[in-house]
Design a binder for this molecule. Structure first.
Ligand SMILES: NC(=O)c1ccc[n+]([C@@H]2O[C@H](COP(=O)([O-])OP(=O)(O)OC[C@H]3O[C@@H](n4cnc5c(N)ncnc54)[C@H](O)[C@@H]3O)[C@@H](O)[C@H]2O)c1
Length: 486
């Protein structure tokens, strides 16, 4: 029989009617809504902006002395005060926490070190504004819960201070733009305190990439895989349970530790840019169930039951303008060993930090421990040679926190551009809302805003070799918890 379009349609209709009559075949049509959820995130991601001043490469007027005010003195803040006290030219000028006893605790620490008392701000959720307004402060260092980072950094810049914020610097697309636009308008630095960019293997691989050891960079991987249940569910852990509440968003909630070092290797915002991303989350296999179990024992947890929590594992994949890919994972619930992955793969070789041991390969096999040692010696960057050993003694995640603080102060004292500027802060943080949108929309892709508004094509990459600056000294402190003697 000659098959023509009319015959075909007739046959198909008959077959379909037969199937319906028999009732034996169920429909498998799946017309899922793919881009309808969270339209406000998509709209913010696509909104147009323009650059008024390029903060990349900009060095603010040099400060001989850097007077630092700290906001947030919970688990993270006091260590930052102690590290800063070791840096030449730093004055611990002011301390703020909404809980006064936390400020008093750090004042006692200063007294133990033989350092003068700092100004105190506490008692209300808004007391930090007084610290930002204080004319005797140059840098506001923020270690508060995530939701406070952008309001505090923006207000600090509006008050003429440089701002350094713990990670992530922002939690919405709009906040990311607010940071960028405020920094450009006020010409104040806004640095995200991404300490992992200053870890030893990450700095080594950055220098190796700069010297061409890996060839052209093709792919990178980073992660924050850290079983934090012991803190997230603990009534005495994070202040007012703020981090547990943040886990009611479903996406990659803490992308910057894994992402920052990979972005620096790839010169993102400085020669390449993120184009789009897609993200998928597993189901929540533990959080809701664990909270229900806790509530059965302790009514305090009732307020956290019956709610949706993020999936255990989020995997986000970014495509860059130069055609590279970046994978970033987030899982702070599943019982598994810590990992930020830190994998860098190029046309000539690969580096991988986790699962340990940290390794390099320049072909089919990983280098031997002896070959690795030789490469390490050859490629250790100047910043590690200058302060690496002292940083290990002062500490802070094995020393990386101190290298970060020292570099920030050295840049401010020498009037140099900072390594992680406001565009990095915005870009590394924006992964959270964009991944949230993608997860809510069956992993559809979403464009990543270009916070540099095109300046990425000419911006100069970060160099770990201290071609300028590097002359800030490090001090020993009597009574400090570390052993440093200088
Ligand atoms: N980079 C890292 O390696 C690293 C490590 C740990 C924590 N962090 C980050 O540091 C930040 C703080 O974490 P944490 O573990 O110290 O949490 P935390 O809950 O122990 O401390 C937060 C502190 O902020 C204070 N605070 C809250 N709201 C305030 C307000 N309005 N004004 C003044 N103080 C306020 C709280 O009272 C508390 O003391 C978070 O952003 C976290 O993600 C980063």
């Amino acid at each position: 029989m000659k098959t023509n379009r009319r015959n075909f349609l007739r046959t198909a209709a008959a077959a379909s009617a037969g199937a319906l009559t028999a009732g034996a075949v169920s429909s498998c049509t799946n017309v899922a809504e793919t881009t309808g959820a969270m339209p406000e995130i998509k709209a913010a991601a696509l909104a147009s902006h323009s650059q008024t001043f390029n903060m990349t490469g900009y060095g603010a007027p040099p400060l001989e002395k850097v007077r630092v005010g700290f906001i947030g003195l919970g688990m993270r803040g006091p260590g930052a005060v102690e590290r800063m006290a070791h840096i030449e030219g730093v004055e611990i000028a002011a301390l703020c926490d909404k809980y006064g006893d936390r400020v008093d605790g750090v004042q006692s620490m200063l007294a133990k070190f033989g350092l003068p008392q700092a100004k105190s701000f506490s008692g209300t959720e808004e007391a930090w504004k007084g610290l930002c307004e204080d004319p005797d402060i140059d840098l506001v260092y923020i270690c508060t819960p995530w939701a406070w980072h952008t309001p505090m950094a923006v207000y600090a810049m509006e008050c003429g201070k440089h701002a350094a914020s713990e990670v992530p610097a922002a939690i919405t697309v709009e906040q990311c733009w607010q940071l960028v636009e405020t920094s450009e308008r006020t010409k104040r630095h806004c640095m995200q305190l991404e300490n992992c960019c200053y870890d030893f293997f990450e700095l080594l691989t950055l220098n190796m990439a700069r010297q061409g050891l890996f060839g052209e960079i093709i792919h990178g991987e980073g992660a924050y895989i850290h079983d934090l249940r012991f803190l997230n569910f603990d009534k005495n852990g994070y202040a007012d349970m703020w981090r547990l509440k943040e886990n009611q968003r479903n996406g990659n909630l803490y992308p910057t530790h894994g992402l920052g070092p990979v972005c620096q290797v790839m010169n993102i915002n400085r020669g390449d840019r993120m184009d789009y991303l897609t993200s998928v989350s597993s189901g929540d296999f533990q959080m809701r169930a664990e909270l229900e179990a806790l509530a059965a024992e302790d009514p305090f947890y009732n307020q956290y039951t019956g709610k949706a929590y993020r999936g255990n594992m989020n995997t986000t994949v970014v495509k860059t303008s130069l055609g590279r890919t970046i994978m970033i994972q987030h899982d702070v619930t599943s019982p598994r060993p810590y990992s930020r992955i830190h994998l860098v793969s190029g046309t000539k070789g690969i580096a991988s930090k986790w699962p340990s041991p940290q390794r390099i390969a320049l072909g089919h096999s990983w280098t031997s421990p002896e070959e690795f040692k030789a490469l390490e010696k050859q490629y250790t960057p100047e910043i590690v040679k200058r302060v690496g050993e002292m940083a290990k003694e002062i500490g802070g995640h094995g020393g990386m926190d101190f290298i970060m603080d020292w570099r920030l102060i050295d840049c401010l004292r020498n009037g140099l551009p900072i390594d992680q500027d406001v565009y990095d802060a915005a870009l590394w943080s924006v992964i959270t809302p964009l991944s949230e949108w993608s997860v809510a929309n069956r992993s559809s892709s979403i464009d990543v805003p270009d916070f540099t508004c095109g300046a990425w094509k000419a911006n100069i990459p970060v160099d770990p070799n201290l071609l300028t600056g590097g002359n800030t000294g490090v001090k020993g402190i009597k009574g400090s918890s570390n052993q440093l003697e200088v």
